[in-house]
Design a protein. Sequence first.
Length: 625
Amino acid sequence: MATLVRVCGIVGYVGHRPALDVVVNGLKRLEYRGYDSAGVAIGTGEHLAMERKAGRLANLEAQLDAVGRARFAGTSGMGHTRWATHGAPVDRNSHPHSDTAGVIAVVHNGIIENFAELRAELESRGVEMASDTDTETTAHLIALAYTEGETKADLAASVRAVARRLEGAFTLVITHAEVPDLVVAARRSSPLVVGVGAGEHFVASDVAAFIEHTREAVELGQDQVVTITRDGYAVTDFHGEPASAKPFTVSWDLACAEKGGHEYFMLKEIEEQPEALANTMRGHFGNGRVLLDEQRISEQDLRDVDKVYVVACGSAYHSGLVAKYAIEHWCRLPVEVELASEFRYRDPVLDRDTLVVAVSQSGETADTLEAIRHARSQKARVLAVCNTNGAQIPRESDAVLYTHAGPEIGVASTKAFLAQIAANFLVGLALAQARGTKYPDEVAREFAELEAIPDAVRRVLSTVEEMRALGRRLADSKAVLFLGRHVGFPVALEGALKLKELAYMHAEGFAAGELKHGPIALIEDGLPVVVVMPSPKGRATLHGKLLSNISEVQARGARTIVVAEEGDERVRPFADHLIEIPAVATLLQPLVATVPLQVFSAEIARTRGYDVDKPRNLAKSVTVE
Ligand code: M6R
């Protein structure tokens, strides 16, 4: 029997509005978290009206129309949208799951690691399972707790009793037909926030689910249970002791979580990059110094750092590769950039003078979370660079520097990636300042160059039509290679990742100098090769070397798309297609050079008819290892 593990979106509601509308709209905003199946359970006052369907939320909506939405009249309920990592995403494995009597509904995000044992126990008591999921065991266990012993007829106590028995990471939301004005949720590791409205309350994996109704939210801690009713919420630990949770006001509004006239979130998020960068840097320079006040690492601790590890996954990892060039150059410190999924499985050399920078948009990525747990167990200091307020990674880090990119809904990272690069640069400048490897006027100059980047990105955005047209023309290509050197190498990797995940096209990024050591064998007539050129002035030697690399691929029939600095005349004869970007400081070039590559991949994906926001097999937050 396969265990189904998942990264999901969950929402619960008790209030005065039609719950079905609130829940389905909430799920629409959470669908980026997974889109293998969706389901709802609404308390009608007499029973729980449930529906669930494999596939996108649209399938569930069609099903709701088919059975008649009138059956779902009620002002409390919950819903789920799922991403399965293994096990078939079929109707019967979709959430909510129920007990045998159909009076309890449970939705779940996470993995219950001891589910086989719990399932065996239930089966020995004669309970028959209707699905392959670990979640269903919790529905039966809660139902049993609700009918017996000290927890009888007390839903919150029943949930707490079961939560104490569960191993693994989970968020559960539970409702019972007998108490329709109550929704209970339990949290361990997987995210959960409470939305506080007037005469209504919400629970959800992300504030986006309820942002249209309230911006007042409460961040739950580890191992907490919350009950929501129309009039309030109460938080306890798993033993029923009152517990404190952190209230906060969401700083963005509904418009941020909507497409704003764009066909896809990703296209909107590409456009938002200048603001994302400006917001990330805002307030971080004053009195001639880089200020990282919010980040909780003292100047002395920064001075003591003798080695830096950046741990991250996917695009966030690429942002770390860019940071390596800057931090080593500015701070004279060794920097290792590690795939978070590999980090703790070797034996990295860590001690209290090691700074581990954990970069994560979501702050939920399981690989990164486990990497920082390992780093902290070895006494290293952990600084999170994160885009999500109060997420698990910043919570478990010694310090946090938030990127202020706003919500990123498209599964492919764009504005969060650029914001990560900018935040990593801030960390580098703060280290250089503390260690005295840069004079104050040099730090000020670097920061001023960084501050000028949003305008440079605006200029790039005003000229991307050519790249879009090229994307349409090359949409039938079988593969695309990306080449770069120095900071252009991580840009090449990021360009290739975007193309793979959005257009399902074979794409590889290479350090151009490596070509002759193997990859050049891939070049054949007409193969598109995207080349990220270094500045002819800032990096004259490398520029010359890359021209040679281009000649090598051209000689073998490649079609070259060259991203180069405005005014780079030497490169013209080498470019079948020339995409010009503004000249910026060498280390900052990735912030402008990445943008045309994002546009290129998105356009190829659109031309091929793919959903740019929800590429197949992916989910935005990967909370399983
Ligand atoms: O939330 P995180 O930044 O930790 O996510 C890391 C990666 O999963 C993420 O960057 C992924 O590679 C994106 N889909 C890339 O576009």
